[in-house]
Ligand binder design. Structure first.
Ligand code: AKG
Ligand code: FE2
Length: 314
């Protein structure tokens, strides 16, 4: 059932009918399919996010544990994370799919190289970067030998969401940043490499929109299809944590939510923002995101009481 629906939504000819795709922007279409979730209001706001009082968070009734938060980012917040994913998280020692093609020499970083060459070929070849404990695409096993420092800002962001949802001891330890072009897909899979599967997985999307399919713990379950727009956050927790999911289609964003001016959201807590200002969001970032989708997929690997894959603190 999962594969059949994946193929249906992926198809170009004939194009799929999207009327059954859940759209959280249209409250009439989600009535009876979701329940609203109450968020815990933290003491402090986080720069780049709207105040939690304004968030809209839902749990899918047919997929318990799947939490959807409708774009809680400010437009500046979206630009900030787009810059981080393109310019910074692609720097060494993070691992990129383009490392193995010998496309990016050891003396240069991917974004820098794209700016020097304006070479479409290099720009379009990037599909993923891994941070923290690096995902091993072959063995799917994390290792202490394949690990770099996890970015502080992404850890703070993820922890903020975890706190709001009641997961007080969440630690972000591994992330895959996925880069999609208009014809990219991500086939159905489960994310089960983490040792501590009670921790939720956080997924942040920016740029162009996607159709996201969420199935069950086997491929026999018919998946729920939903739109993910720029800024939307998906949390896979509890019964949904080990469910099949995938991205059969990227579609043009109905609105450029990263490009509006919502300077009404000012927040004192700017120290984690790495000095990124609006001048940094230059044309190359804008051009990239007009034709691409970026997804940051954040996981906790270890039990909260453990400090490494091998050693348990007594
Ligand atoms: O792009 C997405 O929305 C999903 C990405 C994903 O499932 C993954 O990185 O494991
Ligand atoms: Fe996944």
């Amino acid at each position: 059932m999962f594969k059949q629906d994946f193929k249906y939504y992926k198809s170009k000819k004939p194009p799929p009918d999207l009327s059954n795709v859940l759209d959280f922007n249209n409250s009439n279409l989600i009535i009876g399919k979701v329940r609203q979730i109450r968020c815990e209001i933290p003491n402090e706001e986080l720069h780049g996010l709207k105040p939690v009082q304004q968030w809209h968070a839902y749990e899918l009734l047919d997929n318990p544990g799947l939490i959807f938060i409708r774009n809680p980012f400010t437009s500046y917040g979206q630009r900030y994370w787009i810059i981080r994913c393109l310019r910074d998280y692609t720097k060494k020692p993070n691992k990129l799919n383009v490392d193995i093609h010998d496309i990016v020499p050891t003396t240069q970083d991917w974004w820098e190289m794209c700016q020097d060459n304006k070479n479409e070929n290099i720009i379009n070849k990037l599909r993923w970067a891994t941070l923290g404990y690096h995902h091993n695409w072959d063995t799917k096993i994390y290792s202490e030998d394949l690990k770099n420092t996890f970015p502080k800002d992404l850890a703070v962001l993820s922890k903020y969401f975890a706190n709001v949802l009641g997961y007080k001891d969440f630690n972000a330890e591994a992330a895959i940043v996925n880069y999609y072009h208009m014809d990219s897909t991500l086939s159905g899979h489960t994310d089960h490499s983490e040792q501590y599967l009670e921790a939720p997985l956080f997924s942040f999307s920016f740029g162009q929109s996607a159709i996201f399919l969420l199935g069950g713990t086997t491929l026999d379950v018919k998946p729920t299809a939903m739109f993910l727009h720029s800024g939307d956050v998906v949390v896979m927790s509890k019964e949904s944590r080990l469910c099949y999911h995938g991205v059969p289609k990227i579609i043009t964003a109905p609105q450029s939510l990263w490009n509006s001016n919502d300077s009404k959201y000012v927040c004192k807590n700017e120290n984690i923002m790495n000095g990124i200002s609006d001048e940094d969001f230059s044309k190359p970032f804008e051009t990239y995101i007009e034709h691409s989708r970026i997804n940051m997929n954040v996981r906790q690997v270890l039990k909260s009481s453990e400090q490494s894959l091998n050693n348990v603190i007594k």
